[in-house]
Design a protein. Structure first.
Length: 291
């Protein structure tokens, strides 16, 4: 049986959650026993990812609650709000990593163990796979918080690459280059902050009802022109809430038809749009006379 968008998104979030718990443990143990702060920094980020995945899971389930008297448009706006909290976790982890990196750069210590490179290689491949899988589900389900969760995986892959490079330099060049591992962690914290912005910006646009849906508007107009009685379409406004798009559409009809005929055309247009474009939520049709 085909999964609904919500079920598919929740399944992807459980995948992220289990992966983050496993990797946080692996990175933490490898960092401690392998003498690598870059791996410990990676473990810190994966730990924050665990909490953010829980938040995403909560947001997905809450945002898909049906509409009620107090929330006639549903609870979809909870999802970008959860995304903001996830971004807060990312910024916090980046700040902690940067602070600890600076301290370690100025503190003499041994070079990381060479076997940590093997651990990092496996982590990089796994996190990139996780990014692609979760992002695919985020796009399929129109979920901003799931896309944010996917970017957590990509950030993790990049920080692991930075750690791999830093550890390699420390091992190959030897004495005097032990801090390369810590410089890699510092670089990773900057990248995490950059990704935080990339995640934050679309969620802010969603909250502010920013116009971002030209392709969807074209699809709406194309379907509308196939409905009997609709001559043309004028204004079309779209706002996103959770995994649904709410539409306000002005449709042009013959000026001399009755009110009931106009009402019937509006209902037919609404039903057709929701059938042909399943991701639509509320559709409000305003009838305009053809003059």
């Amino acid at each position: 049986m085909e999964l609904t968008h919500q079920e598919s998104a929740v399944k992807a979030t459980y995948f992220s959650l289990i992966g983050n718990i496993s990797l946080a443990l692996i990175k933490g143990l490898a960092g401690i026993f392998g003498n690598s702060y870059a791996l410990i920094a990676d473990a810190i980020e994966s730990t924050t990812d665990i909490f953010s995945s829980f938040l995403v899971l909560f947001g997905l389930k809450y945002s898909n609650k049906p509409a009620d008297d107090n929330h006639p448009y549903g609870h979809g706006r909870a999802e970008p709000l959860i995304t903001f909290i996830v971004v807060g976790f990312l910024i916090t982890s980046a700040t902690i990593i940067a602070y600890e990196s600076v301290i370690n750069i100025n503190t003499p210590h041994e070079a990381p163990k060479s076997w940590t490179l093997l651990v990092l290689g496996v982590i990089i491949l796994w996190k990139e796979f996780s990014f692609r899988m979760v992002m695919k589900k985020g796009i399929e389900t129109n979920s901003s918080s799931l896309k944010a969760d996917a970017w957590h995986h990509r950030s993790d892959a990049i920080t692991s690459i930075a750690a791999f490079i830093g550890i390699s330099i420390a091992i190959v060049l030897g004495k005097g280059y032990e801090s390369a591992d810590d410089w890699a962690a510092l670089f990773a914290s900057g990248f995490i902050l950059y990704n935080s912005y990339l995640i934050f910006r679309p969620a802010l646009g969603e909250i502010m009802d920013e116009h971002l849906y030209d392709d969807l508007i074209l699809d709406i107009r194309k379907v509308s022109h196939q409905v009997q009685g609709v001559i043309d379409t004028e204004k079309c406004f779209i706002r996103k809430a959770g995994m649904k798009y709410h539409v306000d559409l002005h449709a042009t009809v013959e000026a001399n038809i009755t009110v009931k005929e106009g009402h019937d055309i509006a209902h037919l247009l609404k039903d057709t749009l929701r059938k042909e474009i399943p991701q639509l939520g509320h559709v409000l049709i305003h009838i305009e006379p053809n003059e």
